[in-house]
Design a protein around this ligand. Structure first.
Ligand code: APR
Length: 238
């Protein structure tokens, strides 16, 4: 990831806070997903072995929600940022912990979903990863190998390896600017990215409130993503 001297390589990390104003609940705030449903019931490999129907129902409901929401001003600002940064010859990677598809729908292309994607399924029998528009159930057959009952959401559960880590680490190693948006900074490895880059890249946190990682950032701006992200992007591109 090399950029002209004047334009540092840019890595943006996002979490659930960026999609909150689109109508998707975060995980740990009041009303958060993990306050109404236990992680151990729906977001671990053991939960899926124990009760796959419950896990499918949880992710089916969240997948269905995507049809009712749209990217907000913060997502759109990041799409504009990518277009402008790349047009000026800068390297850009958007790393999201979010399993919604709002960054892609806003227009970001250089985006990796490290915790998987709601609109993808994976077959435990043949390992094929496939797009999923509707529900997955215990009686769903794999469209590739035909095995019934082996389909799971292509989501990274607690205890599993996040996706795209080599590309993410390479981008972090080379970046000169790291911006973290809408994440509480408590789930690793994403929570550790700031420590990776601190001291050698400019680091900025944009979040509703101070996060666990705030003391490590050079700069923190606190407020709703739809306000602080477009303002920061406009300043950066000015
Ligand atoms: N604008 C900006 N930030 C917001 C907004 C908003 N409108 N609303 C909430 N936030 C902030 C909260 O203050 C909080 O710091 O977003 C953060 C959301 O934190 P979490 O709910 O912990 O979500 P996240 O950091 O994305 O969680 C990481 O945990 O369970 C896993 O896999 C799940 O990817 C998720 C990971």
């Amino acid at each position: 990831m090399r950029s002209p001297e004047s334009l540092p390589g840019l890595v943006v990390l996002t979490g659930a806070g960026i999609s909150q104003e689109s109508g998707l609940a975060t995980f740990r705030d009041a009303g958060g997903v993990w306050l109404t449903e236990g992680i151990e019931n729906v977001a671990t490999p053991a939960a899926f072995r124990r009760n796959p129907a419950r896990v499918h129902a949880f992710y089916n409901a969240r997948r269905a929600q995507l049809a009712a929401v749209a990217p907000n001003a913060a997502h759109r600002a990041l799409a504009e940022l990518e277009r402008a940064w790349v047009a000026r010859g800068g390297d850009f990677l958007l790393v999201t912990q979010n399993i919604d598809d709002l960054h892609a729908r806003a227009g970001n292309e250089r985006v990796v979903q490290m915790h998987g994607a709601l609109r993808r399924g994976r077959c435990l029998a043949c390992r094929e990863v496939l797009p999923v528009a509707g529900d997955i159930g215990v009686d769903t057959a794999c469209p590739r190998c035909g095995k019934v009952g082996g389909m799971r959401p292509d989501i990274v559960w607690f205890g599993e390896m996040p996706l795209h880590m080599p590309a993410i680490m390479a981008a972090l190693d080379a970046c000169g600017l790291f911006v973290s948006i809408g994440t509480s900074g408590v789930v690793y490895p994403a929570a550790g990215f700031i420590a990776e880059v601190a001291g050698r890249a400019r680091t900025v946190e944009l979040n509703l409130e101070p996060s666990a990682g705030t003391p490590l950032f050079d700069e923190a701006r606190h407020g709703p993503a739809t306000e602080v992200v477009p303002a920061f992007v406009a300043e950066l591109l000015a």
